[in-house]
Design a binder for this molecule. Structure first.
Ligand SMILES: [Zn+2]
Ligand SMILES: [Zn+2]
Length: 445
């Protein structure tokens, strides 16, 4: 019985070819050139707001694939120009589908040891010299989008409608989508009926995808806190109000917002990712500057966190006896803030069907909501007027995931200096999944 059962399996598989079987050879023929482009992008990462080379490269490739490409889209709140691109392909009547990739990299010094590792250095917003790395996998997203664009241009007989591929700048600073929309993106280009994107995910095996209807990513708000004291000699703390000690107390106090103040059933995060103050061990500085990120899935929780941060900063300064005119300054960023990302459940279900058909059901996982944030949801406009879905693309090998499970050592996370995706299987899955999603949404009647 067992033997005959095993023999039957391949026969059954042959008897019912999956609709995605024909997409795999199309994706595979693109992979060698896409991997070369990937390595080039990986070696030449650019920080948010500075994606000049990256956007030009992607624009040129999309033009070669037969798309009408517009560059330099977007305007930031300070009036600076953005490097957004849009590539349009019209193919008869039908809906408009938008597919997005990000363009930007991160201020992270790469430590992967890869032959094409980034050696790029630049300056961050605070003027410090930093390494630059595609540590979030946006290079993988760009090449996967390009592979999808090429494949769909070849399959024009199988779909009808309009494709809008976009290269969005400044996702990491979450002001790129807004910059494009505020620049009148939807009045200059076809407004989509559906918008989709993908993001690589280390906890899912490369070659698989994950999808989830409903809330997928948290909303985030960046906050900068300046603890102001009265500086002086390190040997005379009694003559000062020490902002270093206040900053330390403030950081520990912040830990009680999530543990003691918000409802345990409401996911929330408060992280201090940067702290700077002082110049020398024997000098008590005047100020210490802290940069925070906060995450939440509801507006109520967000408001609660922000008011707690303000109250705690003031409370610490009050307890230290800081004069009123040196009270802490708490700046809540208006530009580095995004609402939670919501996947339209109906659209997510349609995509899941397309992914299961093209990649096989075993290669489609149920994603879990995460505390990371995204500005892609803004393309759905307020009140989710346009259905949007961002799905996850598996990034690491089964062995890496299994070993982490066995040893308890965490996997390299996105934004880590050693994060490196399994490019070939991940890119293939990205192309097949996105192509099958678009074919589903634009199928000929
Ligand atoms: Zn990122
Ligand atoms: Zn990212």
């Amino acid at each position: 019985m067992r033997i005959s059962g095993l023999l039957l399996l391949p026969a059954l598989a042959l008897a019912s070819p999956s609709p995605g079987d024909d997409l795999r050879p199309l994706a595979d023929r693109e992979l060698p050139s896409l991997i070369a482009i990937y390595q080039d992008l990986h070696a030449h990462p650019e920080l948010s707001h500075h994606e000049e080379r990256t956007s030009a490269l992607l624009a040129g490739e999309l033009r070669k694939a037969g798309y009408t490409v517009t560059e330099h889209l977007g305007k930031y709140t300070d009036g600076a120009a953005a490097f957004g691109i849009a590539a349009v392909l019209k193919n008869g009547a039908g809906p408009v589908v938008l597919v997005r990739t990000e363009l930007d990299a991160l201020p992270v010094e790469e430590k992967t040891g890869l032959p094409f590792a980034s050696r790029v250095r630049s300056h961050n917003a605070a003027g410090q010299e930093v390494g630059v790395m595609h540590a979030c996998g946006h290079d993988l997203h760009m090449t996967s989008l390009l592979g999808t664009a090429r494949t769909l241009a070849r399959l024009k007989e199988r779909w009808s409608g309009t494709l809008v591929f976009i290269g969005q700048p400044s996702e990491e600073t979450v002001d790129g989508a807004r910059a494009m929309l505020n620049d009148g993106f939807y009045s200059h280009f076809p407004k989509p009926d559906f918008a989709i994107a993908l993001h690589d995910e280390p906890t899912i095996e490369a070659g698989k995808v994950g999808v989830l209807g409903g809330a997928i990513y948290a909303g985030s708000t960046a906050v900068e806190v300046t603890m102001r004291g009265l500086g002086g000699h390190g040997a005379h703390p009694e003559l000062t109000k020490d902002p270093v000690v206040m900053a330390a107390e403030f950081i520990m106090e912040l830990q009680t917002i999530v543990s003691r103040q918000t409802l345990p059933l409401d996911p929330a995060v408060v992280t201090v990712g940067s702290i700077h103050g002082g110049t020398k061990g024997n000098i008590i500085p005047d100020d210490v500057v802290l940069q925070l990120t906060t995450r939440a899935f509801s507006e109520d929780v967000r408001e609660h966190i922000l008011s707690s941060i303000k109250r705690m900063a003031q409370g610490v300064a009050l307890a230290a006896g800081v004069p009123d005119d040196r009270a802490p300054i708490v700046k809540v960023s208006e530009t580095e803030a995004v609402p939670p990302t919501y996947n339209d459940p109906k659209l997510a279900a349609r995509l899941r069907g397309a992914f299961e058909a093209s990649l096989g059901a075993v290669n489609v996982a149920e994603s879990k909501p995460m505390m990371v944030s995204e500005d892609f949801g803004l393309f759905g406009l307020s009140g989710h007027q346009i259905p949007t879905v961002i799905f996850q693309l598996g990034a690491l090998s089964a062995q890496q995931i299994e070993e982490s499970r066995r040893t308890g050592n965490p996997l390299p996370s996105l934004h880590s200096s050693v994060f490196y995706p399994q490019v070939e299987p991940a890119m293939r899955a990205g192309i097949i999944a996105t192509t099958s999603a678009v074919l589903e949404l634009l199928k000929r009647p």
